[in-house]
Write a protein that binds this ligand. Sequence first.
Ligand SMILES: [Zn+2]
Ligand SMILES: [Zn+2]
Length: 125
Amino acid sequence: MNQRKPRGQVPSLTGHVLARSLAAEDRAEDAGQLDPDDRLTCHVHGRWIHQCVSSPVHVNPVTRHRWCRDCAAELTVAVDELARTVTMRCPRCGQGSSAATTRLMAACRASLSHASSRSQPRLVA
Ligand SMILES: [Zn+2]
Ligand SMILES: [Zn+2]
């Protein structure tokens, strides 16, 4: 419906906690208090990071977020919301980890547990 970039506007079904976290992380990031890699929310998609990390937007060959340099391939993402696990793996060599990917997975795990314990908002920012 709305084709414009949804920054700051979150669909109602995604919830109040997400909206608050997004706004707080935007402010903290702008103030230099939060590294973009440590965000639990995604300002591009307006979602928790684990909900949109499989989007091609989250692949970056330069920083090697979700990128296997050896194979020049995108890592595939598997999110298990029940077990609260996130795995990223190169479809060619089965590995493809990097410092950036490890950090991205940590953020996804944190957003998973944060989103599923929505009665207790405890955002670090
Ligand atoms: Zn995203
Ligand atoms: Zn690979």
